[in-house]
Design a protein around this ligand. Structure first.
Ligand SMILES: [Zn+2]
Ligand SMILES: [Zn+2]
Ligand SMILES: [Zn+2]
Length: 167
């Protein structure tokens, strides 16, 4: 993997979200539509960007913006804060596993919304209990609740230096 540290970071607006230009360039190359997530790593840090949810994109983001180097086996503490006012996640991880951890723990949502009453259940099994026979929502369907926001980068016209990502 080539070094990406020499290129300056560039940011751009896309779909009303402030993003790393490279992530927008990548999204455009891949057809345009991409789901992005508000970066909640170390709230109050200068990033304040919307980031891709795939491990590769996340890995680059963490390396470029938060000094969590790809392939680094040093332990670090997860600073992601997705609970309101609850502070960071604080799980101890190897740096090289941070991107995967964020993708699976903080970005993916197992939550489903009840088609009948609209309430959100944190997990599918909780939803199954919610719609059990004899309950008010018996027979309702569970609609997956997706985090993040869908943006369309296909019409984005800015320019960005490619930082040499593999693929
Ligand atoms: Zn960030
Ligand atoms: Zn975490
Ligand atoms: Zn319900």
């Amino acid at each position: 993997m080539s070094s990406s540290t020499s290129l300056p970071k560039a940011i751009t607006w896309c779909g009303g979200k402030l993003m790393d230009t490279e992530d927008v360039v990548d999204a455009k190359k891949l057809g345009g539509e991409v789901r992005v997530y508000e970066c909640l790593w170390d709230r109050g840090s200068p990033c304040e960007l919307w980031i891709p949810g795939d491990r590769t994109g996340l890995g680059w983001h963490m390396q470029d913006w938060h000094d969590v180097k790809l392939g680094d086996k040093q332990p670090t503490i997860c600073l992601w804060q997705d609970g309101d006012g609850q502070g960071p996640c604080s799980q101890t991880l190897q740096k090289e596993n941070v991107a995967r951890h964020i993708a699976t723990t903080h970005l993916s949502s197992a939550a489903v919304q009840c088609s009948n009453c609209g309430s959100e259940l944190s997990r599918r099994d909780a939803f199954q209990r919610h719609i059990q026979t004899g309950r008010a929502c018996e027979g309702a369907t569970g609609i997956p609740v997706l985090r993040g926001a869908l943006i369309d980068a296909s019409t984005w016209e800015g320019k960005g230096g490619i930082r040499g990502r593999a693929n």
